[in-house]
Design a protein around this ligand. Structure first.
Ligand SMILES: [Zn+2]
Length: 401
């Protein structure tokens, strides 16, 4: 017991020493290339359930790991918001991005309605190129917390118009909510953004031709051209749409590596699948999210001394349980139902919950929960993400403050 305590104390001192050295040296210690991945709604159990599925596919009961959970530094973050025990994505996105608690429903403002600025803004001011990427619309809650300031996450049209003030180089996502305003008769969002100096391309081909020679560009999925974005990557993915991994590759290609960069990549549909208690959709979304992390990881292996990768979630969604009622998960049954339904959800939420439970996967809610979320890190400064933290600590750890 004593020995364990001594080891823990020595370790804590080592971590303290590392962080104070970081404080002394300030910006010199920051990673040149930073990737922040946010799995929306991805609690630790979502990772465990996905790894259980991967193990089943490998003919095992467990032991298969996603790339993110193999990272050497692991911590957990609390997620409560300024006004609720249980956060929503706009408040937790703001807490992660801006390092300050916010009220549910708000983006980029604190509880006193004062605009607060994100880790992306701070790095951009220091000369980093910035890319903000999501599988869901670019003006959805989580991505908007990095560049917008609004009393309501539901003001999609106004949120899009905060993009030019950010000056960020690259945005990518499904497209835009409220593309032509709330009533549908305002100036189109992409026209407004093009007037402010952004090349906006739908689909890879159009993006490449329009962004060539430009400093700032926005990629939108081809299936949302000139309409409100509302696509669900795992279940409703259009053939021409690209993955989170591909959107990141496109952004890295566009931005280049001459200057330092910061990328935020959100796996937004993990949350949407979890709200609907769709186990297989959630699992495939987590696998897609991990594939995007692989793109960053491959870059890290080329630039190990200059790159930091941090992976976390904004909150847990669904109150997910691995092992509800039985100690054997019926993965074959879950997978068959999913394949037979054409990978679409044919059950209503009540039926879904019963079906999942019959396979030993439990969902206790169609909403968010207050469970801690995992934090995985690798690379320069990754040791700061070991242990217990609050989501508001993440910004400062990235900035070495
Ligand atoms: Zn949600």
């Amino acid at each position: 017991m004593k020995k364990t305590f001594a080891i823990v104390t020595a370790f804590a001192l080592a971590v303290l020493a590392l962080s104070s050295c970081c404080i002394q040296q300030k910006s010199e210690e920051k990673a040149k290339y930073v990737f922040l991945f946010i799995g929306d709604g991805m609690g630790a159990t979502h990772v465990a359930v996905t790894e259980s599925y991967l193990s089943y596919k490998a003919g095992k009961l467990g032991g298969e790991q996603l790339l993110m959970s193999q990272f050497p530094c692991y911590g957990v973050a609390s997620t409560y918001s300024a006004d609720r025990n249980i956060t929503d994505s706009s408040a937790s996105g703001t807490a992660i991005a801006c390092g300050e608690k916010a009220n549910n429903g708000t983006v980029g403002i604190n509880k006193d309605s004062v605009a607060i600025y994100s880790v992306a803004d701070a790095l951009h001011k220091e000369g980093y190129n910035v890319g903000i990427i999501s599988t869901v619309p670019i003006n959805h809650a989580t991505p908007s917390a990095f560049y917008a300031h609004n009393v309501s996450r539901n003001n999609g049209y106004e949120i899009s118009q905060d993009i030019p003030a950010s000056g960020f180089e690259y945005f990518a996502g499904a497209g835009f909510l409220e593309y032509k305003g709330k009533e549908g008769n305002d100036e189109a969002t992409d026209v407004l953004l093009e007037n402010q100096g952004y090349a906006v391309g739908y689909g890879v081909e159009e993006f490449l031709s329009k962004s060539e020679g430009k400093e700032k560009a926005i990629f939108c999925q081809a299936s949302n051209k000139e309409e409100n974005a509302d696509n669900y990557v795992s279940d409703g993915k259009e053939a021409e749409d690209i993955s989170l991994a591909q959107m990141l590759e496109l952004g890295m290609e566009f931005i280049g590596t001459d200057k330092p960069f910061f990328f935020m990549c959100e796996g937004g549909t993990i949350d949407w699948a979890a709200h609907d208690n769709r186990t297989m959709s959630m699992v495939t979304d987590v696998i897609d999210f991990d594939a995007a992390i692989k793109v960053a990881y491959d870059f890290y292996t080329q630039h190990p001394d200059e790159t930091l990768i941090v992976v976390t979630a904004d909150h847990e969604t669904g109150g997910l349980t691995l092992g509800a009622g039985s100690s054997t998960v019926k993965w074959a049954k879950l997978e068959n139902e999913w394949i037979e339904s054409g990978k679409k959800n044919v059950l209503d939420s009540e039926q879904n919950r019963e079906f999942n439970k019959s396979c030993s996967i439990g969902w206790t809610t169609g909403s968010h929960t207050g469970g801690h979320v995992p934090v995985y890190a690798i690379g320069k400064g990754a040791e700061k993400f070991i242990g217990r933290m609050d989501n508001t600590d993440i910004k400062g750890k990235i900035l070495c403050e």
